[in-house]
Design a binder for this molecule. Structure first.
Ligand SMILES: [Zn+2]
Length: 246
């Protein structure tokens, strides 16, 4: 009887200790595994941006087609980007701009100038609203169609607005902060240009130009304009200590 009581007591005291051990193990696993999982989910995304994803499987397939024709690449993956290109959308509101980028297919009526270049719609990785709110439309790990000859290596930032003077101080500040965060994630980036500078063969970035379709030509661009570019570049230099090669 005594022996039985002792056995029961031992078992009773052993059970909670096994439970505690199991909880401790679970806690340890969560501590080790969760951050890795979170990091994996966040890869390619900016922690301060609001995500409004426009890429789906079909868009990735169309992008891969575009990349094969223009760059000889077999995927739509953006690897080790080397430049950032700033733009404005020529629309007055975020919703108009977003609706323009959202469809997978290019609007061949309004974009007759580039329709021979492929079916995938134009887009950019980021869209900065007039109040400076940063929206992320695509992972930094995919190629977006925004700058002829450079998409394979460029991250695109669009700003809601229709002219250099029309863009806001909040957009200047958000663009500069975003550029500095992107540069931290991708030390491979050496060039920052405005879309209107992309075909300037004398600028340092032009050595990155790549186009396999000889019938596909540059289209004239005025975005985001010298005034806006100057303000962003000045803030990057003075506020973040960042100067790019262009
Ligand atoms: Zn542009």
């Amino acid at each position: 009887m005594l022996r039985t009581t002792q056995t029961v007591t031992e078992e009773a005291s052993a059970a909670p200790s096994r439970l505690v051990l199991a909880f401790a193990l679970m806690a340890l696993m969560l501590t080790l595994v969760l951050p890795v999982r979170c990091l994996a989910l966040a890869e390619g995304y900016d922690s301060q941006a609001r995500v409004r994803e426009i890429f789906d499987g079909e868009r990735l397939r169309l992008t891969a087609q575009y990349c094969k024709i223009h760059y000889g690449l077999d995927s739509s993956e953006l690897r080790e980007p080397q430049m950032i290109v700033l733009h404005y959308t020529a629309f007055h509101t975020f919703e108009e701009s977003y609706r323009f980028f959202l469809p997978d297919l290019l609007d061949t009526q309004s974009r007759k100038d580039i329709s021979s270049g492929g079916a995938v719609n134009v887009s950019a990785h980021y869209l900065v609203d007039r109040d400076g709110t940063v929206f992320q439309l695509a992972s930094e790990n995919v190629i977006c169609r925004h700058t002829i000859g450079f998409n394979y290596t460029a991250i695109g930032i669009e700003n809601v607005g229709s002219g250099s003077a029309d863009l806001t101080q909040a957009q200047v500040e958000s663009d500069a902060a975003l550029v500095s965060r992107i540069k931290k994630r991708h030390p491979s980036i050496e060039y920052l240009i405005g879309h209107q500078e992309y075909q300037d063969a004398w600028r340092p970035h032009f050595k990155l130009y790549r186009e396999r379709d000889s019938s596909y030509h540059f289209t004239p661009k005025h975005d985001p304009g010298l005034l806006f570019l100057k303000r962003v570049r000045t803030l990057l230099k003075d506020g973040y200590g960042l100067a790019f090669k262009d």
